[in-house]
Design a protein around this ligand. Sequence first.
Ligand code: R1P
Ligand code: URA
Length: 258
Amino acid sequence: MPANTVFHLGITRDQLQGAELAIVPGDPARVERIASQMDNPTFLHSVREYTSWLAWLNGKPVVVCSTGIGGPSTSIAVEELAQLGITTFLRVGTTGAIQAHIDPGSLIITNASVRLDGASTHFAPMEFPAVSSFECTEALVSAARSESADYQVGITASSDTFYPGQERYDTVTGHVIRRFRGSMEEWQALGVLNYEMESATLLTMCAASGLKAGCVAAVIVNRTRQEIPDESKIAEAEARAVKVVVNAAGLLLNQDKH
Ligand SMILES: O=P(O)(O)O[C@H]1O[C@H](CO)[C@@H](O)[C@H]1O
Ligand SMILES: O=c1cc[nH]c(=O)[nH]1
């Protein structure tokens, strides 16, 4: 392994060929699918939850690297990609909607996240907002429009846990602690759109360090209707989110700041 390889991702600055923009899904299996939407997709490395590919968009390099699930692994991916020169991060994920009107298959573009994680508190105190960069949100919205996607822009609840933090009662303890009992109803009343698990960490880290970040997610379940996703909708919804994130990356690269 070359001496300048970062600790976890197992890649080097040279391999990124000057890339300044990263697309960061949670799921390693999504990485190749995203890279394949661009030119000359090339596998770089895979270790633990981190799979990295490089591809080209409008003649510029883009790294695609999975974060794994949750804040701690996301924080490592963001730290190490930033060490390698990345300044813009676009997360593409899956999500559970909590507002009744949001349909599975549609997209949610996060403009800010409720910080139900722990990792973000290692970067900024709780008073600090987990907010997306305006440019990234604008690019994701333009991309969703040009793909004729059904999308909403709004606030996401971003939780360290899939079960109690998202008020699922089928937990290993058979119990949801007081802090989270009734929390979904509270987020609904406050207009929060959805649950996922990485945006609080990503957006806080980036907002606190002058990096840019945005987030788009495919709705695979609506918690007001059902608990289990409709398997037949997942691939299609995810493919739509991937198209939007790649299109948004292209728009950001065209702004010639990368
Ligand atoms: O589809 P990804 O990007 O993994 O995102 C969502 O799916 C996982 C939970 O099933 C969490 O990572 C959540 O944020
Ligand atoms: O309900 C959901 C669906 C996907 N990802 C989450 O974190 N929650």
